[in-house]
Design a protein around this ligand. Structure first.
Ligand SMILES: [Zn+2]
Length: 145
């Protein structure tokens, strides 16, 4: 099975901050690797699941708390006006359920709001690893209080 999320889940202990911002028994939080928008987070289950309906009650119990806590952390770190939460899991190799937790900045252009926010997922302009690690550590610190 070629699953990007599972390949990284399998080497959990070796992951850099950008791929392991925070985690519990059910979920791992990462900074999106393709994003040109600082603070684009992804929340994904620690096991291979391809539909939300396959999540266990235990996984579901912490899902909402993660979405809200990560949104609060993004407000603090990025100064966003609100966050978007999106789950599609349609790209090839990315069927593993993953929730995008995306900062919507106060000055975000109209052509990058709503579903058009996916325009920020742009491999050519993705943030460098060092910047994603820095954001990851800032989000981690914000989650701690
Ligand atoms: Zn997977």
């Amino acid at each position: 099975m070629d699953c990007y999320a599972c390949r990284n889940n399998a080497r959990f202990d070796e992951l850099p901050p950008r791929e392991r911002i925070a985690a519990d028994d059910s979920w791992r939080v990462v900074h999106d690797f393709n994003s040109a928008l600082p603070g684009w987070l992804v929340l994904l289950p620690r096991r291979h699941v391809t539909a939300i309906a396959e999540l266990t009650d235990a996984e579901a119990a912490t899902l909402g708390r993660w979405q809200v806590r990560l949104s609060r952390a993004l407000h603090e770190v990025t100064g966003c006006a609100k966050t978007y939460v999106l789950q599609l899991a349609e790209a090839e190799g990315f069927a593993h359920v993953h929730f995008h937790i995306v900062p919507r900045m106060p000055d975000q252009p109209a052509d990058r709001r709503g579903p058009a926010v996916f325009g920020y997922l742009d491999p050519e302009n993705a943030l460098p690893d060092a910047e994603r690690d820095e954001l990851a550590l800032a989000v981690r610190a914000a989650l701690a209080h």
